[in-house]
Design a protein around this ligand. Sequence first.
Ligand SMILES: O=C(CO)COP(=O)(O)O
Length: 125
Amino acid sequence: MTRLALIAHDEKKPELIEFAQTHRAQLLEYELIATGTTGKRLMEATGLEIDRMASGPLGGDLMIGAQVAEGRLDGIVFLRDPLTAQPHEPDISALLRICDVHDTALATNLESAAYLLEGVADREE
Ligand SMILES: O=C(CO)COP(=O)(O)O
């Protein structure tokens, strides 16, 4: 089963919610995980079932990174806020790095997120 992680910083949560609403039918087919607040907001807005990790600043990025290291994730959509400093920047860097270590698909903006979902769908055919 395809497993995806969805993460967004606060300024980007509305964009991720809209993205998830647009692609809801496809996302329904997948196992989804998310950082804490992102997952809560997404579930409320879309009704998708999402396994929530800790909030990002409390270690959620690292929990998702651990799943990347275990080979348990097929892709991550991570809408970062490029204009606001985050107190847990080292955790964010660690997540991005571990995706590259394990060649795990990582989309950090909406355009690439759309490609990621297309790619996941193509692989399933
Ligand atoms: O900070 C985050 C990712 O770095 C996201 O965490 P939340 O989804 O808990 O807001």
